[in-house]
Write a protein that binds this ligand. Sequence first.
Ligand code: DGL
Length: 269
Amino acid sequence: MAVGIFDSGLGGLTILDAVQARLPDVEFAYLADSANAPYGVRSADDIYDLTCAATQRLFDAGCDLVVLACNTASAAALRRMQEGWVPEGKRVLGVFVPLIEAMTERQWGDNSPPREVALKHVALFATPATVATRAFQRELAFRAIGVDVEAQACGGVVDAIEDGDFILAEALVRSHVDALKRKMPEPQAAILGCTHYPLMQDAFRDALGADVKVFSQADLVAESLADYLQRHPKMSGTGQGGFLTTGDPARVSTRATQFLRRPMSFTAA
Ligand code: DGL
């Protein structure tokens, strides 16, 4: 019995950590497509093909439900997958919508027309591919009016994190926040729209300042998954939990252990 969690690399572990804490009785099978990370600099077609292949790997392992714990895949591939690829009896969910529902003060499945919300100026930090899709702005426009979103494509941050180079990652975060602030001097809230970025949360918070509310995508996704599994208890799947990577298992295990500060052991996908 396992729910699949997918990311291009280690960022999805920030989501895994939160869903495991929220759902301690559920098994999770995590797949990191480390051999092909980062996704954030790839074309939408490329991201779609890689995400379908990785999701299929988790279906083959017995998962009926796969969470794309990757904003880049959620933005560039999820809709296309749901429209024409996901096999009968299987489900694929993304990490975007729970965040936008929280920002726009909505309950799950509230499809009422867009309305005014408290937030007016929102900074979005995401990968170049996610920013290019404008998926965040599109989902937001379905639910809220009058929200000004300034998006900053944070080139290089995922590579630095995957390489374990936190000094470089921190310097890049500072420069991306500076660039954002030149375009939007006083954001009220910030979205860390890449699951790798919570690993640099302190750097984002320091650079943004105490007045900016930083939304925690991981907790919101955990809450929404708990709600989904309560409504669809059979979607917990038949496979076993564990950690798979398309990259070098020893290297990925070392980095993952470093990130989550608990022993993690990946095997070859
Ligand atoms: N962690 C991913 C995301 O949330 C992907 C980053 C990447 O592979 O570029 O966007």
